[in-house]
Design a protein around this ligand. Sequence first.
Ligand SMILES: [Zn+2]
Length: 102
Amino acid sequence: MRSVRKGDRVQVLSGDDRGKIGRVLVVIPEKDRIVIENVNMITKHQRATQNLRQPGIVKREGAIHMSNVLPICPECDAPARVKFVDVDGKKMRKCSRCGETF
Ligand SMILES: [Zn+2]
């Protein structure tokens, strides 16, 4: 089970973007990596192509490893260590601080 899902708000724990909070845009399960909005921005130098008439520098988010983030508990509004619990046959995360499942 992964503690982070697409659409989650997460806080970055390490690296240049340590402390940043953002929404998970993409999960790459086979690599245990995620893309978070405005986190780990990388700069690409783009040449003009037929589809892209405006050459230049393009910024976009790069993936980071899931172990470098914690999900934000909707109840505590803070990054939370989570356990997994079964709710109506669905795996839910349970905040280890307040007990909220999400
Ligand atoms: Zn909580």
